[in-house]
Design a protein around this ligand. Structure first.
Ligand SMILES: Cc1ncc(COP(=O)(O)O)c(C=O)c1O
Length: 391
């Protein structure tokens, strides 16, 4: 038995995933398999470090010691072969807030920002809510996998944009971009003066055989033209601790980011987030490798199960992340019907594809970072409802 097989009751912990299920999906009976957090406890060394800090009892204003920077640098170097300099490192209480700060820092109202839908929906919300313009460079879905449309990107870049928010690895389609794809994208952006904000929050969650390339590691030119957002939050299930890392190699961009955070008085860390991040990056590697094995077995299970029990639903094979993009178009349901079908007939809480923007209609995103027994339950519910649909 794996440590990840243990089912932990998360209800009544103010969990967004579990405690908002009735409000969002209309019934407590719905099994939540949405939002990107895991139903697993954090690695033991992280829990121990938090307990030790909690037992101290005094939780006053906290500074960031050198050891935290060292842990971040060490993780980037050992896991991603990326050498980052200490002065590049900045922080944010979450990657999404970080994206908003970067929009303020690096663009002006009405400026164009390129994204690649279907993509993590807060990209579009953040751009729109902050009075910037979305420019879509949709991914191409071909032979069961997604690729970038670099010709379209070149055209859009020529029409003028200030920023591009890249999702690498890509949520929701699970793509891990190759160095070749990233290089071409980066060259287009450099040529047209577009700064790349590379959201690499899923970069530690790779399926076997795939390698993540930090965008800024590709060349010094790319480093100077990009900002990389990472965090221990997805990797070690620490999203509630609101601690993310924003790496900015270019001094001018960094100064602009600093001035936004200074103005918002967002300069001090959360004590527990800091402790957890350092412990995770220093001691969490072994746990992460075990987790990746478990997630890849969950993916194999899901793929075989759906092929056998609900073949109308096609699995877009991810290369990373614990989010799986399901092509449900063969069910023949319209957008609202599909949403209702999953919620009311199957009684599973998934993320409807259409929320991720153009190209998402007819798809659903399922989160497989749960014990196998929970995954089995969710899949059985879906297959049962699909059988009734065909009857
Ligand atoms: C691509 C991507 N970026 C950012 C986030 C959320 O980041 P945070 O909780 O640090 O704001 C998620 C969560 O699902 C994500 O998938």
């Amino acid at each position: 038995m794996s440590q990840f097989d243990q089912v932990i009751d998360r209800r009544n912990t103010s969990s967004v995933k579990w405690d908002l299920v009735e409000k969002l999906y209309g019934s407590r009976e719905v099994l939540p398999m949405w939002v990107a957090d895991m139903d697993f406890p954090a690695p033991r060394p992280v829990v121990d470090a938090l307990i030790a800090r909690a037992q101290h009892g005094v939780y006053g204003y906290t500074t960031r010691p050198d050891s935290v920077y060292e842990a971040i640098e060490l993780w980037a170097r050992t896991r991603h072969n990326w050498t980052i300099e200490r002065e590049w490192i900045r922080f944010s209480p979450g990657v999404v807030p970080g994206l908003a700060f970067l929009l303020y820092a690096l663009s002006a109202p009405r400026d164009k920002v390129i994204i690649q839908p279907p993509v993590y929906h807060p990209f579009a919300f953040t751009i729109r809510e902050n009075d910037r313009q979305i420019v879509n460079n949709p991914l191409i879905f071909e032979n069961g996998r997604y690729r970038m449309d670099l010709d379209d990107l070149e055209r859009k870049a020529r029409e003028g944009a200030r920023l591009m928010i890249l999702c690498s690895p890509h949520n929701p389609v699970g793509g891990v971009w190759t160095q070749g794809e990233l290089r071409q994208l980066g060259e287009i952006c450099c040529e047209h003066g577009i700064t790349v904000i590379s959201d690499e929050i899923h970069s530690d969650l790779l399926l076997p055989g795939h390698v993540h390339t930090p965008f800024a590691s590709i060349s010094p030119e790319f480093a100077q033209n990009s900002v990389v957002c990472t965090a221990p939050s997805k990797t070690f299930n620490l999203a509630g601790l609101q601690t993310s890392v924003i790496t900015i190699p270019n001094k001018e961009l960094r100064d602009r980011f600093d001035s936004v955070l200074d103005r918002l008085h967002l300069t001090l860390p959360n004590t527990f987030g800091l402790v957890a991040m350092e412990a995770a990056y220093r001691y969490g590697g072994e746990w992460l490798d075990e987790l990746r094995g478990y997630l890849s077995a969950n993916l194999r299970y899901l793929t075989a199960f759906l092929a056998r029990e609900a073949p109308q639903i096609k699995v877009v094979q991810p290369q990373g992340t614990y989010l799986v993009w399901l092509d449900c178009r063969e069910l023949g349901l319209q957008t609202e019907e599909l949403s209702r079908f999953m919620r009311e007939d199957a009684k599973v809480g998934l993320d409807d594809g259409h929320i991720f923007g153009p190209g998402g209609e007819g798809f659903e995103r399922i989160n497989i970072a749960c014990p196998r027994s929970v995954l089995q339950e969710g899949l059985q519910r879906i297959a049962g409802a699909v059988r009734k649909l065909g009857a």
